[in-house]
Design a binder for this molecule. Structure first.
Ligand code: ASP
Ligand code: MG
Length: 422
């Protein structure tokens, strides 16, 4: 059994959906669970619908949703012949579910509505694609993952109930594989025991795929992307970035921790726990080797470069020159937890402490307000953080050229500097 994940970019046009079918045809004798994201930028479009609805702009919400609808109907028109009518009905059911809700008045919290609306993206894309594959002679079973993935009701960042989900995988997914070699389902979404839809956090489909791989004891997982493989830096920011053919779980977790947007950070654990290799392959050219991520020790990895923009450095100073001991630190961590914030770097001194966070307008200032009960607070914004793992001598100075380094932290493996643009 294998698990394939196709992200939004791999199914954002007729041509790319055809390309996906061609890839699956090349694997026709294998049993594969296929996880698909919403097409292209559909999730962003649906976020706008949720925002308008919750702000009381019902007409805007309906208009914006109308655009999502039309787009999917047009795709269906181009892609389908034999299955056109039945798929149209299926799509209509999903549209109606959302439209009913949009005609109500918002009485619950935003995150709840977000999940009820945004989950439509994945449902629509998989309904369409499943029908198209079927017409292309690629027999498959479509499953609503909300009947499988049980979560809590922490909307927009739902947590999986592992036991119930595993049971439902055995009851629903395994029997489907006895009928057909291919099962198509959605990433990113799930449902509570009350049948409310939930989502697992943006870009969560990689994570869905990894949970399935774990529960199905898959031989491997493949993430199909529009790049050749994992690179040692974002090519938009690192001009001489190179593809890394081989990585291990540890390295990927570290890269994700420092902010590299390679793979959803939660993806690794379910794979690592069962020693399942992860391939990152290019859907534009499946012949390319891509990247393999496994559990083995690796030597001589190239430097991994991660730039993080929009950082804020928060300085805390104790009011009465008392030391920053365990107690103020414990209270500080409580404030972090309450705001769901994670410092990217922290440096403690005798009577002061400074740490760097992603500057989220909704969070940084509220955090500062709460911390000001304990410390004098000062914030420096608009900073850039550079992290290099496996750095070489002199590298950081070269990369930082022209910027003023205001904080530096270094271990034998990793160096981090926080910079100001002069
Ligand atoms: N469609 C969702 C998103 O765009 C989930 C995913 O693609 O992984 O964030
Ligand atoms: Mg994606």
């Amino acid at each position: 059994m294998r698990v394939f994940k196709f992200g939004g970019a791999s199914v954002n046009s007729i041509e790319r959906i055809r390309n996906m079918a061609a890839i699956l045809k090349n694997h026709s004798s294998e049993k594969i669970l296929v996880i698909v994201s919403a097409m292209g930028k559909t999730t962003n479009a649906l976020e706008k619908v949720a925002e308008a609805f919750h702000a009381g702009r019902k007409d805007d919400a309906l208009t914006l949703f109308g655009q999502v609808k039309t787009h999917h109907q047009e795709m269906a028109k181009y892609l389908l012949v034999r299955n056109a009518l039945s798929t149209e009905k299926q799509l209509l059911n999903t549209f109606t579910e959302v439209e009913w809700l949009l005609h109500d008045k918002p009485v619950r919290e935003y995150d709840y509505y977000y999940d009820q609306i945004v989950c439509a993206g994945e449902l629509l894309s998989t309904q369409l694609i499943s029908a198209f594959l079927d017409e292309s002679g690629i027999w498959n079973t479509w499953i609503d993952v909300r009947d499988v993935f049980r979560t809590d009701n922490h909307f927009r960042e739902a947590n999986i109930d592992w036991d119930i989900t595993l049971q439902q995988v055995k009851d629903t997914v395994l029997p489907a594989f006895r009928q057909k070699d291919l099962v198509i389902t959605q990433g990113f979404i799930g449902a509570t025991s009350e049948n409310e839809s939930t989502t697992l956090g943006r870009e969560g489909s990689d994570y869905t795929a990894a949970i399935f791989a774990n529960m199905l004891d898959a031989s491997d997982q493949t993430i199909w992307k529009d790049v050749e493989g994992v690179m040692n830096g974002d090519p938009k920011l690192v001009s001489d970035a190179v593809i890394i053919r081989e990585l291990n779980y540890d390295e990927v977790i570290e890269m994700a921790f420092y902010g590299a947007q390679v793979i959803h950070p939660k993806t690794i654990k379910p794979l690592q726990n069962k020693n399942i290799p992860l391939f990152v392959k290019c859907f534009l050219d499946p012949q390319l080797p891509g990247t393999i991520i496994h559990n083995r020790v690796l030597h001589d990895l190239p430097p991994m470069i991660v730039w993080k923009l929009n950082q804020a450095l928060i300085h805390l100073h104790s009011r009465d020159f008392s030391f920053v001991g365990e107690r103020p630190l414990a209270s500080l961590y409580e404030i972090f937890a309450a705001h769901n914030m994670r410092p990217n770097l922290i440096q403690t001194g005798a009577v002061s402490l400074q740490f760097c966070v992603d500057d989220r307008p909704d969070k940084t200032d509220r955090f500062a307000h709460d911390a000001s009960g304990l410390f004098d607070v000062n914030i420096e914004k608009g900073l850039i953080m550079l992290t290099v793992r496996h750095y070489r001598e002199g590298m950081v100075e070269k990369l930082a050229a022209g910027r003023k380094i205001i904080l530096r932290q270094q271990t034998p493996e990793t160096i981090q500097v926080l910079m100001k643009v002069e």
